[in-house]
Design a protein around this ligand. Structure first.
Ligand code: CU
Length: 279
């Protein structure tokens, strides 16, 4: 098969367009907040942070694709134009100042172009804005406990529910938060290191014994959002999912009133009782 230069560039262009369609194309999952069959992309964003992560991921994939296709085109050009048959007398050239300066400077410029949005995203993730409420998530072998210090100081355990869907993600008592509110999440571990993570929120933070980590999210859509413990923590690491139910303000207030009664008799966290801090 012999390809003309025009055919080859048309073919490469087609490949690039197909790649970009995959990267920037429509949503893969019908239901947000959980994984979908054959999903190859990031879950649909439910917070501003995750929207930024998705955008940055798309940018990087675009840059990588263009660079890879460019290198592939150069390789093909070398193979076609400079093989022994097509080019029996090789050139003796060893240096070309212009090209050497270009292949140093252009990669530097590309890296700077990546660094600017990268640092902006890091600051967005790390800088917790003024929070509307704080929730403390304690990782335990093998479930999570959630405390609401701003809403009545109750605490409850959240265990995987065997009989509920989605399988391995549903829990008995979900963490409940109001929509469009900045939620500060503080994490700690009661026994070993766990990690509190929700893909569609763009949040993943270690829960470390003896330490208090914090992160934040602002869910912009009501619904159910699922995640999993993301630090290998022992035998049942795969069976301590995280489920967050995002509701309207009124529903949240009603839920808090309910929860205060429902969890009134729940034991306080092991830390609070060990330190004599129980309310
Ligand atoms: Cu864990």
């Amino acid at each position: 098969m012999k390809m003309s230069k025009g055919q080859l560039s048309a073919w490469l262009l087609g490949l690039a367009v197909a790649g970009m369609t995959l990267v920037w194309g429509g949503s893969a999952s019908a239901e947000s907040g959980q994984p979908a069959p054959w999903e190859y992309k990031l879950q649909e964003a439910a917070t501003p942070v995750m929207e930024n992560i998705t955008w940055f991921h798309g940018l990087l994939l675009t840059i990588i694709t263009i660079i890879t296709l460019f290198v592939l085109a150069l390789l093909i050009a070398v193979v076609v134009k400079f093989n022994a048959r097509a080019n029996p007398v090789p050139s003796q050239t060893t240096h070309n100042t212009l090209i050497e300066v270009a292949w140093t400077l252009i990669p530097v410029l590309i890296l700077v172009m990546i660094a600017v949005p990268s640092f902006r995203l890091l600051f967005l993730e790390l800088d917790v804005p003024n929070a509307d409420l704080t929730i403390k998530a304690t990782g335990k072998q093998w479930y999570w406990s959630y405390a609401y210090p701003d809403n009545g100081k109750f605490e409850f355990d959240s265990l995987m529910a065997q009989d509920k869907k989605p399988r391995l993600l549903a829990v008995d008592n979900e963490m409940v938060v109001p929509v469009n509110k900045v939620v500060r999440v503080q994490t700690t571990g009661a026994d070993v290191i766990h990690s509190w993570a929700i893909p569609s929120f763009g949040v993943k933070i270690d829960a470390i014994p003896g330490r208090l980590n914090e992160t934040w999210f602002k869910a912009t859509k009501v619904g159910m959002y699922y995640g999993q413990c993301s630090e290998l923590c022992g035998k049942d690491h795969a069976y301590m999912p995280i489920a967050v139910r995002v509701v309207s303000d009124q529903e949240f207030t009603a839920w808090v009133e309910d929860a205060k009664k429902k969890y009134a008799s729940a034991p306080t966290s092991s830390y609070a009782s060990a330190a004599g801090l129980s309310q």
